[in-house]
Design a protein around this ligand. Sequence first.
Ligand SMILES: *Cc1c(COP(=O)(O)O)cnc(C)c1O
Length: 358
Amino acid sequence: MTKTPMTLDIDTRRTEHSRIAEIDWNHLPFGRIYSDHMMMMDFRGGAWQKPAIVPFGPVSLHPGNATLHYGQSIFEGMKAIRGHDGRITLFRPELNARRFNESCQRLCMPGIPEDTFIELVKAHARFERDWVPANDNAALYLRPFIFATDEALGVRPSETYKFMILSCPAGAYYAEPLSVKIEERYTRAAEGGVGRAKTAGNYAASLLPTKLANDEGFQQLIWTDGKEHKYIEESGTMNVVFVIDGTLITPSEDSDTILRSVVKRSVVDLAKHWGIPVQERRISVEEVIAAIREGRLDDAFGAGTAATIAPIARIGFRGEIFDLPPVAGRVVSKRIKTYLDGIKHGDVPDELNWGVEI
Ligand SMILES: *Cc1c(COP(=O)(O)O)cnc(C)c1O
């Protein structure tokens, strides 16, 4: 990865009322506790204005704000992690920077040059470094996002935008192995749609199907393709990975319908690096169910920044519950999780150079 040395000119204003002393570091529910400051940068007149780090607080919006009505907005999710050596690193931020810009392009929004995006995230994380938890399994979750700010009700791309970064000290996203339902009625994304963009509306559309699955006792869904509901797509906020007969299999990304996960990409890269057979291809629900029935499914897990590697313990399909092999005996997901945790905490050599110090 080439690094352009760059010092961004950022205005900073420190809070006079830090909340850091009130934080219970052993109880960090995901996305509810915000650090003291946030990054803001406006786009107007065809150009990004000077960024600023300011005390965290509400932003005031015109009621005709285009995002509120038509959802022109994009977000990213990253983590700053404190190693046992005290270094604070981001994980492959160049992939987030690229995806952010791809998402922006799909939604007709101005992107941010990848180097600049990374420098803004680093600068924000450095400013909030005291908020990066020291306990294992916790991190400072970073939420860069951009939204339209035109004050007009006509449906068209906005001419003004706001980019912001929020940060939340956060513990584990899922406390236990997951119980997921294979969804055959509702659709997350269609060919030609916006499934590949990390855009707000995708999550609004997922709320009802997810709630219905929650009511049936599942924590999450596994989406299937919108056309036939035959092929596995991904989970709500994670990509999914299976190990069948020793081969790591995950749905291929050459469609518009799957969000390209940084963690899933890293799982695939690692498996290849270690010589584990990998297949990125279409995978049918039928194939997964058959593998479970025949005892050939060794492992199944979700991959995403918030949840990291989340083992799947049970799969619900057409009213039947399939129990997967005991999580304690899973070889592949455990090895991957141990390695990823190890490099993030500086305990094992970062052979593939994924950590980027802030
Ligand atoms: C963010 C997200 C993921 C996970 O992506 P990571 O880059 O690994 O965090 C997967 N699916 C969806 C729908 C997402 O929004």
